[in-house]
Design a protein around this ligand. Structure first.
Ligand SMILES: [Zn+2]
Length: 155
């Protein structure tokens, strides 16, 4: 999408124009597929016509459908399989272990049976994608792709 911008040039005393390329909504969603999740979140917060248009666009985009499936698969990777956890032990609620996000002396990390975690020491919480992002300091796209490829064997 070509964006045309005009402004008044004080020195030249006339109107100047410049153009630049900007991705359209469809291209934006392909560049930034995790936008889909953010759009839905934002739609809950406020009713915005552009967001609605983006959401509809995202719904019939095959790239995004693939992305959503990848997110579901990534979230299904057991948290205890993402990284070798110290003092991992089964409990009534799921698992507990030392938190891999900091130097944890006693097990502060709880892994619930719905595959979410919470650390009672550093207060971090989330699903397997969140843990992967925090552990390896990567963005959502990298985390989802990594969790989808070759996470079968335990580290
Ligand atoms: Zn922690």
């Amino acid at each position: 999408m070509r964006i045309r911008h005009s402004y008044f040039d004080e020195e030249e005393q006339n109107i100047q124009e410049y153009c630049y390329d900007y991705p359209d909504d469809r291209e934006l969603l392909e560049i930034f597929p995790e936008g889909k999740e953010i759009i839905n979140q934002k739609l809950k917060e406020n009713d915005d016509s552009r967001l609605k248009r983006l959401s509809a666009l995202a719904d019939d985009n095959p790239h995004l459908l693939k992305w959503e499936k990848a997110v579901i698969r990534a979230k299904a990777v057991p948290i205890q399989d993402i990284v070798k956890l110290k003092r991992l032990r089964r409990t009534a609620r799921g698992y507990e272990a030392c938190c891999p996000l900091h130097d944890d002396k006693s097990p502060s990390l709880i892994i619930y049976s719905d595959n979410h975690f919470r650390c009672f020491s550093c207060q971090k919480f989330g699903d397997s994608i969140d843990l992967y992002k925090l552990l390896f300091k990567v963005d959502m796209k990298t985390a989802v792709n990594s969790l989808n490829g070759g996470m079968n064997e335990k580290n």
